[in-house]
Design a protein around this ligand. Structure first.
Ligand code: ATP
Length: 699
C-alpha cells in the first residue's frame, strides 16, 4: 500500500492525524472545482455551439442584478444599442451579409432590451413571472436558430452523390469549422477521385496564403476521414483565392497500364511520335490529364534531371520516355548506363537506339559517346543556320540519356573528368543545337552529377519518391515553389512524379507501368532511330563509324599519347597497343590515304571541340590571363583588364567563362577579391593541348 505523508510523521500515534490529513473538506472543494473545470472544457470543445448556454444564464442573472441595484435604465439602453451596432459591424466584417450577421445583431439587441426591461419593471414582472417566461422563450428560439445555422441543417455536410458516381461536397457548410467564415465558393467540380473547389477568401478578413498550411490540410482531412496527403491546398492564381482539392479515393491504388500494353487504353499514344511535342509518359490520376514530358520546345532541347531514391521509379519513367522518343521519327537516342543497365540493354538489343553503352565494362565507350555528342554540338553550332536547330526526320533531335550518372562520374578518374567536360558542353551549349540530355540519379546534389556547372544548366527536373522534402531543393534549387512534398505526396508509392521547369511545377501524376524487360524489348523492336544529318556524320567520321560498329575508337587515355611529340609511337592503352584512329604510328599506304581523306573533317572537329572546351575566350588572352592568375597572390580584376586591354565587362565575361571551366577561381569578397589558379591546377595552360587531352584528337 502506498505510504501517506502523515505516516512518516515523527510523532506517533499516527492514526488520528493521518486521517485528518485527508480532510474531507478539500475533497468537496476539489469536486466543485472538477465540475467547473469539466463544464468549462465542455464549453470549449465546441464554443460556437455551447458558449451561448452559460452566456444566456449570465444574462438572466444580470437582469436580476440590474433591477436589484436600480441601475439607470437609460444607461442600459445606451449600452444595449451600442453593443448591437458593434456586433453588427464586427460580424458583417468577418462573415459578410448573411444569417450570421443578422442573428448576432438580433441577439445583441434582445440582450439590451432584456436588461433594460428587467431593470425597469423587474425580471419577474407580470402574471406568473411573465418577464422570465418571455426571456426563456426568446432565448430558446434564438439559440435554436443559432444551432440550426451552425449545424447546417437543410444542407448536407457529407459528400453526397448527385448523379451517378459524382460526389458533391457542400464546401460552404464547412467554412466556419475551418476558420474560414465569410469565404465563398467560386466554382467546384468533381474530380476522378474526389472534388476540387476554387474559393474566394476575401470575406474572411485574412490573406489567402494563411490558409495554405499543413495544419489546415489536416483539419480538412479530419472532416473527410481521409489522409492528410489527400488534401491539397494551393493559392489561386489571383490573390484572395485558394484551391482545395480533396481526394476521397486512393489515387495510387492501381498502377496505370502502359497504353500500348492496355487493350482498352484511356489515353491513346500516336504510333509515330513527334519529339517537338511533349511526350506522354503517364497520367494524373486525379484529373486524368496526360503527364507530359517535354524534350524539346521553341528554345531547343531540354536538359533533364530525374531524381528518386532507390526503387522510386526512375527506370520506369525512363522506359516511358525512351518508348516515346524511339517512337519519334525526328529524334535519335544515345543511351548510357554504366551500372547494371538491365533495361537499357533491352532497348539496345531491340535496335531502337542509335548507340548505347551498357555496364561498367563500357564506361570508356560511354565517355567517347559523350565527347562525340559534345563535338556534335560545336559542329551544329557552326553549320546550323536556324536560330534553333529544328528537328525533323534525317535532321533529328539528339537525346543522350545517362542513367545512374554517379557510376559514370563518381570515380573521379580521368574518364570521369572527360565525361564531366563533355556533359558541361552539352548542357551549356546543346540547347539551341537540339542536343538534349537526360541525367538520372538518386540525388540532386551537384556532387552526384559531376559538378555545379552541369546542374546549373539542367533546366527541367523530374522528382519521384524522395527521402526528404529538402532533396527537392538540391535538384530544383531554392527557387522551387509550389512543389508538393515528394517525400510524402505519393504515399510511398513508386512512379509518382512531379515535373518542374524553372522551379515551378509543370506536371504531377504517375508514370505508366512499364517495367517488364520483355515488354520493353518488344516495344522497341522494329523501331529505327532517325539518321543524323549527313554533314554531322561526315564530321564525326571514323569515330562514329567505329562506335556504330561496336568498336571502341581509341580515345586519349594519356596526354603523351596525343601530343604531337608522341605521334611516332603506338599509343599504349591498358598495356595493350590499340590502333589509334588519329595518331597512327606507321600507317600503311591505305591507312595514310584514309587519314588524309579525313583530315579536313578532323580539323573542323578539333576547332569545334576547342571552341566548346575553351568557350569564347581567345587563345592569346586566355594565355595572358592564366599567366597572371598563376602568379603568387593571383591577380586583381583591374590588373587583368589592363593587361589584356579589353573592357572590364568583356574581361569579366571571359573570367566567368574560365571559372566555369575550372581554370580560374575567385577568392575573397568585394574590393579585396582576387583571381587565382585553382589549387589543383594541372598547369595545362594551352587550350589546344587541353582539347587534345580531353578529346583524344590532334590535328
Ligand atoms: N508508375 C508505376 N506504377 C506502379 N509501380 C511502379 C511504377 N513505377 C515503378 N513502379 C514499381 O517500383 C519498382 C521500382 O521502380 P524502378 O526500377 O523504376 O525504380 P528505380 O528508381 O529505377 O530503382 P533503382 O534505383 O533501384 O534502379 C518497379 O519495379 C515497379 O514495381
Amino acid at each position: 500500500m502506498k505510504r501517506k505523508t502523515a505516516d512518516r510523521c515523527p510523532t506517533p500515534p499516527h492514526a488520528d492525524h493521518a486521517v485528518r490529513a485527508e480532510a474531507p473538506a478539500t475533497t468537496e472543494d476539489e469536486r466543485t472545482e472538477g465540475v467547473l473545470r469539466q463544464a468549462a472544457r465542455w464549453v470549449m470543445e465546441a464554443p460556437a455551439e455551447r458558449a451561448p448556454l452559460p452566456g444566456g444564464a449570465a444574462l438572466y442573472g444580470a437582469g436580476w442584478l440590474a433591477n436589484y441595484y436600480h441601475l439607470p435604465w437609460w444607461g442600459l439602453l445606451t449600452v444595449g444599442a451600442a453593443g448591437t451596432i458593434v456586433s453588427y459591424a464586427m460580424t458583417l466584417n468577418r462573415a459578410g451579409d448573411g444569417w450570421r450577421t443578422w442573428g448576432n445583431t438580433a441577439a445583441a439587441a434582445s440582450a439590451g432590451a432584456w436588461l433594460t426591461a428587467a431593470d425597469v419593471v423587474g425580471p419577474v414582472a407580470g402574471p406568473s413571472g411573465l418577464m422570465s417566461w418571455i426571456f426563456g422563450g426568446a432565448f430558446g428560439v434564438g439559440y435554436g436558430l443559432h444551432w440550426l445555422g451552425l449545424s447546417g441543417v437543410g444542407r448536407d455536410r457529407r459528400p453526397k452523390r448527385v448523379k451517378g458516381e459524382t460526389p458533391r461536397i457542400d464546401w460552404e457548410a464547412y467554412f466556419d469549422g475551418w476558420g474560414m467564415s465569410g469565404a465563398r465558393v467560386i466554382s467546384s467540380a468533381a474530380t476522378r477521385l474526389g472534388e476540387r473547389a476554387l474559393i474566394s477568401t476575401k470575406g474572411t478578413g485574412k490573406r489567402a496564403s494563411t490558409f495554405c498550411t499543413k495544419a489546415m490540410a489536416e483539419r480538412i482531412a479530419e472532416d473527410f476521414d481521409t489522409k492528410k496527403s489527400r488534401v491539397i491546398i494551393r493559392e489561386g492564381e489571383v490573390a484572395g483565392q485558394i484551391e482545395i482539392s480533396v481526394r476521397l479515393r486512393d489515387p495510387w491504388a492501381a498502377p496505370i497500364l502502359h497504353p500500348l500494353l492496355d487493350p482498352e487504353p484511356e489515353i491513346e499514344l500516336p504510333e509515330v511520335a513527334d519529339a517537338r511535342r511533349p511526350l506522354v509518359v503517364g497520367q494524373d490520376p486525379e484529373t486524368g490529364k496526360p503527364l507530359e514530358f517535354v524534350v524539346w520546345d521553341e528554345d531547343g532541347a531540354a536538359h533533364w534531371l530525374i531524381v528518386a531514391i532507390k526503387g522510386g521509379g526512375k527506370t520506369v519513367l525512363l522506359n516511358n520516355v525512351l518508348e516515346r522518343l524511339t517512337a519519334a521519327d525526328n529524334a535519335t537516342v544515345w543511351g548510357i548506363d554504366v551500372s547494371k543497365a538491365k533495361d537499357l540493354r533491352r532497348w539496345r538489343d531491340s535496335g531502337a537506339l542509335d548507340l548505347a553503352a551498357c555496364g561498367p565494362a563500357e564506361r570508356e565507350r560511354a565517355v567517347v559517346m559523350l565527347e562525340l555528342a559534345a563535338a556534335g554540338v560545336g559542329h551544329r553550332a557552326e553549320h546550323n543556320t536556324e536560330a534553333v536547330f529544328d528537328p525533323r526526320p534525317g535532321h533529328p533531335l539528339h537525346v543522350i540519356v545517362v542513367d545512374e550518372i554517379d557510376a559514370l562520374v563518381a570515380p573521379g578518374d580521368a574518364l570521369a573528368q572527360r565525361a564531366v567536360v563533355a556533359l558541361q558542353t552539352i548542357t551549356s551549349k546543346g540547347r539551341s543545337e537540339s542536343v538534349g540530355l537526360i541525367i538520372v540519379g538518386q540525388r540532386g546534389t551537384a556532387q552526384w552529377m559531376g559538378g555545379a556547372n552541369i546542374r546549373a544548366n539542367l533546366d527541367r527536373q523530374a522528382l519521384l519518391k524522395l527521402a526528404r522534402a529538402s532533396e527537392a531543393n538540391n535538384a530544383v534549387g531554392d527557387a522551387a515553389v509550389d512543389l508538393p512534398n515528394m517525400a510524402k505526396y505519393g504515399e510511398g508509392k513508386p512512379g509518382v512524379v512531379a515535373l518542374t521547369a524553372a522551379g515551378s511545377l509543370t506536371g504531377l501524376g504517375r508514370t505508366f507501368m512499364l517495367k517488364e524487360l520483355d515488354e520493353v524489348e518488344e516495344l522497341g523492336t522494329g523501331r529505327e532511330p532517325s539518321e543524323f544529318e549527313p554533314d554531322l556524320v561526315e564530321f564525326w567520321g571514323e569515330r562514329y563509324a567505329a562506335l556504330k560498329a561496336g568498336d571502341l575508337p581509341a580515345s586519349a587515355p594519356t596526354a603523351e599519347a596525343t601530343r604531337p611529340a608522341a605521334a611516332g609511337q603506338a599509343a599504349p592503352t591498358g598495356g595493350q597497343a590499340r590502333p589509334h584512329l588519329f595518331l597512327v604510328p606507321t600507317p600503311s599506304e591505305e591507312e595514310a590515304a584514309r587519314v588524309r581523306a579525313h583530315s579536313a573533317a578532323r580539323w573542323q572537329m578539333f576547332r569545334a571541340v576547342q571552341q566548346a572546351v575553351t568557350s569564347a575566350v581567345p587563345t592569346d588572352q586566355e594565355r595572358q590571363i592564366l599567366a597572371l592568375v598563376r602568379r603568387d597572390g593571383g591577380a586583381a580584376m583591374a590588373e587583368i583588364t589592363e593587361a589584356i586591354g579589353y573592357s572590364e565587362s568583356q574581361t569579366l565575361r571571359w573570367m566567368n567563362d574560365l571559372r566555369e571551366l575550372g581554370l580560374v577561381e575567385l577568392r575573397g569578397k568585394g574590393r579585396g577579391a582576387r583571381w587565382h589558379a585553382p589549387a589543383d591546377d594541372a598547369a595545362d595552360d594551352d587550350p589546344q593541348s587541353r582539347a587534345e587531352s580531353l578529346h583524344g584528337i590532334a590535328p
